[in-house]
Ligand binder design. Structure first.
Ligand SMILES: [Ca+2]
Length: 214
């Protein structure tokens, strides 16, 4: 009995020391691990990767997460990356709740700031969440939507050619077929109603990961 207790203690210590990755896999919320090489990863533990480019908004790293404090905001992985078949995921959360909260978005594929496919809240809060396609800065597609995102969740989009499959905490929620942006980089975004920033509502992003699906 004493020996069993010692073994149990050792197992618990091992699990805590390694973050349980060996025990539960890398996706504790139930998503399917994706095969393929890591194309880009940032856990924001030591600031942000120099590949990040911020075109709008105030972005900073606070407590190991990327935090944005103004609206609207866009952040892209720069460096000439142009991906075709890949998976992009990020943990999203927010703080403040004056009237709803900022619309958190993953930029799934962007040729530039005006031509892109994003997944997240549509405008001003997250009463509708889905894919939005921009061409020359204009919204040309808004898909069906889900009501909202969990306060903290992992959103993953698998992109294969022109097919975009969205997962929230590992559960498939919708698919988009779109040919407007055949390749591009990925990133993050935020959108919300006027005035939410000064009232303390803000978006938080962590563990941004892009893996190859080729
Ligand atoms: Ca982190």
């Amino acid at each position: 009995m004493r020996r069993l207790l010692i073994i149990a203690v050792i197992l618990v210590l091992l699990a805590s020391l390694t973050g349980c990755e060996w025990l539960f896999g890398r996706f504790p919320n139930g998503g399917d691990p994706q095969p393929g090489a890591v194309l880009f990863f940032d856990d924001f533990q030591d600031g942000y990767d120099p590949a990040w480019g911020f075109t709008r908004g105030n972005w900073e790293v606070v407590d190991g997460q990327l935090h944005t404090t103004s609206e609207p905001g866009s952040a892209y992985v720069t460096g000439g990356n142009s991906w075709t078949d890949y998976s992009v995921e990020c943990q999203l959360s927010y703080s403040g709740n004056f009237y709803g909260h900022p619309s958190r978005r993953i930029v799934v594929r962007a040729a530039d700031d005006l031509n892109k496919v994003v997944f997240g809240g549509f405008q001003g809060g997250e009463s509708r969440v889905g894919f939005i396609v921009y061409v020359d800065g204009e919204i040309v597609v808004e898909t069906e939507s889900i009501p909202t995102l969990p306060d903290t969740c992992i959103v993953r989009i698998d992109v294969v050619g022109s097919t975009y499959s969205a997962f929230v905490d590992g559960i498939h929620v919708m698919t988009l077929e779109d040919h407007s942006n055949p390749s591009g980089t990925a990133g993050l975004g935020i959108s919300a109603g006027e005035g939410w920033g000064p009232r303390g509502a803000s978006g938080w992003f962590d563990d941004f990961l892009v893996t190859s699906l080729e």
